[in-house]
Design a protein around this ligand. Structure first.
Ligand code: PLP
Length: 421
């Protein structure tokens, strides 16, 4: 008898190769009409659309499970707790974190960064200590450090970008000194699409004795994230940019740091015992989750992660990259169009201006043709100041976009230009 033929373990079913038409069918909103035209959704950097699986998971949670977590002995409360903690474990696996205790649920990237500022940095940084960021950061990775500087006397340093929108790594290294205690850096710029070399940045920062926070708002949906391989100390992201609901996000932090950090909000769930004289705080991660969390959001986030695992994710990323390349080529031949952000390593974003046309007018005219893009400063005003612009128009891609979307976008752009000029 051929032993191996019978004793080989069943192979896991490989996810189907990436099929954009099939994937689009999973997102009901993509079949919507806007002003009588089929929607072309190119505002994915602002928020992504939700697959049916996420929508169903959230409504099923409210139909069958809804209760408060952690405190109840009744069945629904236990189910809600299991689902909420199951979501934490799904995020742990998704990020390849070592321990589910390293996953703190927040409202999103903004809250995650504020948590690090108001807990870690407020407690462990001293007046004169430096926080180093990049010049293309989102306001969420600028303002919390300015607030800290005001109250704590820390110093905010900014590593410049070059005209392509790439971080000037030589300048970054010069600015990294023994005074630098924290490097906070966007993985992917939402305004320009630049991918920052976060693994290298983390290694350099650690060699200089600084901790590293990665703002992953724009990278989680476009790359495999492995926080252990990156070795970052903190990683922040928002569920809604990963096909999950708004109002739920994550702060990953190494367990030893979370253990050291004081809570930043007080209330229910973050305590073990309370008296008027003394409060004993809860264990991590609950110490950082005061009050009733967004349970349905966490359930939706797990559903989004589960959904992504049914896809050929590498195929999805490659598809998205082909779209970006095609869009960049087409933009290069569009009269008067100036791309803003031409880094060698980019993900998912085509930011641009057109000579003589206001981005907002473009956005309104594109919307009238069913094409959703974003216009303005993209919560990255210093980037706009660098390029001497009030704002740009930005088309941003997800794996459910198609070449047809691009064709319709450029046709709509031509029409808008003809109307406006
Ligand atoms: N960081 C980056 C790079 C972003 O693009 C965004 C949102 O656009 C944020 C932070 C803030 O995310 P949220 O508003 O979900 O907290």
């Amino acid at each position: 008898m051929n032993a191996t033929a019978h004793q080989t373990a069943p192979q896991p079913v490989a996810p189907a190769a990436f099929d954009v038409a099939r994937v689009r069918a999973d997102f009901p909103i993509l079949a919507t009409q806007i002003h009588g035209k089929p929607l072309v959704y190119l505002d994915n950097a602002a928020t992504t659309q939700k697959p049916q699986r996420v929508i169903d998971a959230v409504s099923h949670y409210y139909e069958a499970t809804n209760a408060n977590v952690h405190r109840g002995v009744h069945t629904l409360s236990q189910r809600a707790t299991d689902e909420f903690e199951g979501a934490r474990e799904a995020v742990r696996q998704f990020l390849n974190a070592a321990d589910a205790r390293e996953i703190v649920f927040t409202r999103g990237t903004t809250e995650s960064i504020n948590l690090v500022a108001q807990s870690y940095a407020r407690e462990f940084l001293s007046p004169g200590d430096e926080i180093l960021i990049g010049a293309a950061e989102h306001h969420a990775n600028i303002v919390p450090w300015q607030m800290l500087a005001k109250s704590r006397g820390t110093v905010l340093k900014v590593a410049p970008i070059n005209d392509a929108g790439e971080l000037d790594m030589a300048a970054f290294e010069r600015l990294l000194t023994p005074r630098t205690k924290l490097v906070a850096i966007g993985h992917v710029s939402n305004a320009l699409g630049t991918i920052n070399p976060v693994a290298r940045i983390t290694a350099l920062a650690h060699a200089a004795g600084a901790k590293v926070l990665i703002d992953g708002a724009q990278s989680v949906a476009h790359a495999n994230i492995d926080v252990r391989a990156l070795d970052c100390d903190f990683f922040a992201f928002s569920g809604h940019k990963l096909f999950a609901p708004t109002g739920i996000g994550v702060l990953y932090a190494k367990a030893d740091l979370l253990e050291m950090m004081p809570p930043w909000q007080g209330g229910g769930d973050m305590i073990k015992t309370v008296s008027f004289e003394h409060t004993e705080y809860n264990d991590i991660p609950y110490k950082f989750e005061a009050g009733t969390p967004h349970i349905a959001g966490a359930v939706g986030l797990k559903a989004a992660i589960d959904y992504l695992q049914t896809l050929d994710f590498a195929g999805a990323v490659a598809h998205e990259h082909r779209l970006l390349e095609a869009a960049t080529r087409a933009a290069g031949t569009f009269p008067g169009l100036r791309p803003i952000g031409t880094a060698r390593e980019k993900a998912g974003v085509l930011s641009f201006v057109i000579e003589g046309l206001h981005p907002q007018d473009l956005g309104v005219l594109l919307d009238s043709q069913g094409v959703a893009i974003r216009t303005g400063h993209h919560c990255a005003m210093p980037v706009m100041q660098y390029y001497g612009l009030a704002g740009t128009a930005r088309a941003s891609f997800a794996f459910y976009n198609t070449q047809d979307d691009l064709d319709r976008f450029f046709k709509a752009l031509e029409k808008a230009r003809d109307i406006l000029s």
